[in-house]
Design a protein around this ligand. Structure first.
Ligand SMILES: [Zn+2]
Length: 473
């Protein structure tokens, strides 16, 4: 039976369904399998869930996150202009400690992390007038099948108080953003216990408060090195559950994403204007993906997509990745407390100001860390998002999607999605097997938005890709 399968394509063999199922699960047999799938005779649909993700969705440990945030706060200040010689205080001590944590995690997984410092010397800028090294600490868990395909989780190393140039006063930055940094370390501890076909990048980014410098430098490095970086999950403030408005909420979070790609060319904008895509950038479909898997696999978590790049007038480290053409989102708490952000530590008439440890909820930070871990694992297990996705159907009752057939070993097939134009999340989908095009009969192109995702035999899917340059990953 196995020998028969290696015969040239074009011959049709009669193979019992059980054998097809097991082949679909474990191997690539494109010619034979595609005959069955294309004919609709026997499309083996991968499972809807991956049970491993339920474990990952509750794996983050609040006590370890508390310990790491406490250590980061203990460096006094992590301001980007602070001293770098001391091992007790300042941004140099903080980044060396982060590196040592990655090294310890790597030692526990047989050296599974490649640890690198990616930095540059910045000067002559508003918030960095004198030459200053901005050094991010990055750990890469290389994928077994497609090591250059990456998904990244990021947090930030640095902190600030009221005056962005004050690099001497205590600046705990417990929530902003030791919480995100601790989440990155914890996600690395969880996910290094698994193996993935794609790579996962754990990033401690530097210089966020001085102008998003670490993100700019790492995004430029990723471009130079031709990283196939499909997703950046930027975590910035994932530990506050008490809003300045009095709301206490430990079970919801926000996902911010750009609607139109920042890196769009004029030509691409003209095409988008005629055919759509203003709410379907890769970043937006990454946001939809994180919402879907998060609500599926992380207990008691409600995720709200915010259809904007970031909070009004404010910034974060996903932005430089978007500008460099990568899909990236911001994950954060729903309710912010502005007395506890970028504030000198003080008490005014009984009112506390300052981003101190006692206001971080470690269970909540653990929940959002689990959210990241689930999304990273699902994407790293999934095949690459489909490339060259196209759509046709003008003045027709039918809509046809096409794409380039992937060669990922875990690829089982594709799922085509569509939704009403005002729906936030994909509402309809159907598995179409291992084909490179599919016609949706009697579904009019004008009345829906469409996309396609790659599906692995274990059920893990890529994010949905909207057709054309507007949605390409
Ligand atoms: Zn900040």
């Amino acid at each position: 039976m196995w020998a028969d399968l290696s015969k040239p394509a074009g011959n049709v063999y009669i193979v019992p369904p059980a054998v097809i199922a097991s082949i679909a699960m474990y191997t690539r047999v494109p010619s034979l399998l595609s005959i069955f799938l294309a004919s609709g005779a026997l499309a083996q649909v991968p499972p809807a869930e991956d049970l491993r993700l339920y474990d990952i969705g509750r794996a983050a440990d609040a006590a370890r996150i508390e310990a790491d945030i406490t250590t980061l706060v203990g460096f006094g200040t992590r301001h980007s202009l602070s001293e770098t010689e001391s091992d007790e205080r300042g941004v140099g001590a903080a980044r060396r400690w982060i590196r040592s944590q990655f090294e310890a995690i790597s030692a526990d997984c047989g050296g599974c992390l490649e640890i690198m410092l990616i930095g540059d010397t910045i000067s002559g800028e508003n918030r960095i007038p004198d030459p200053t090294e901005i050094i991010s600490v990055i750990a890469v868990q290389r994928g077994s099948a497609d090591p250059n395909r990456m998904v990244m989780m990021s947090g930030d190393i640095d902190s600030r108080v009221s005056d962005p140039m004050n690099f001497t006063d205590d600046s705990p930055g417990a929530n902003d953003n030791a919480s995100g940094m601790a989440g990155v370390l914890e996600a690395a501890r969880i996910l290094t216990q698994y193996r993935f076909p794609g790579s996962i990048v754990y990033a401690g980014l530097a210089g966020e408060e001085q102008g998003l410098w670490g993100g700019k430098i790492v995004a430029a490095h990723a471009r130079e090195q031709s990283w196939n970086l499909d997703a950046v999950l930027n975590n910035d403030m994932i530990g506050n559950i008490a809003g300045i408005n009095g709301i206490i909420d430990n079970h919801s979070a926000r996902i911010f994403s750009e609607g139109v790609r920042a890196a769009e060319t004029e030509e691409e904008a003209t095409l988008r204007y005629r055919t759509g895509g203003e709410v379907d950038s890769a970043s937006r479909n990454l946001a939809r993906y994180v919402q879907r898997v998060g609500e599926q696999y992380v207990p008691n978590l409600d995720l709200t997509m915010i259809y904007r790049l970031d909070r009004f007038g404010r910034g974060g480290h996903h932005r430089p990745f978007n500008k460099a053409g990568f899909a990236g989102i911001r994950i954060m708490e729903t309710n912010e407390h502005y007395d506890r952000q970028h504030q000198d530590l003080r008490n005014e008439d009984g009112r506390h100001f300052g981003d101190t440890l006692e206001f971080v909820n470690f269970d909540f930070a653990a929940k959002l860390t689990s959210l990241n871990a689930v999304a990273l694992a699902a994407m790293a297990w999934a095949p690459a998002p489909p490339a060259q996705v196209q759509i046709e159907g003008m003045v027709s009752a039918d809509t046809t999607l096409s794409w380039e057939m992937g060669d990922d070993p875990q690829l089982a097939g594709y799922r085509v999605y569509w939704r009403p134009t005002t729906a936030a999340q994909w509402t309809h989908g159907r598995y179409v097997g291992k084909v490179d095009h599919f016609m949706l009969e009697n579904i009019v192109i004008d009345n829906y938005f469409f996309g396609v995702a790659s599906v692995a035999a274990d059920g893990n899917e890529s994010p949905v890709v909207f057709p054309g340059p507007a949605g390409a990953f």
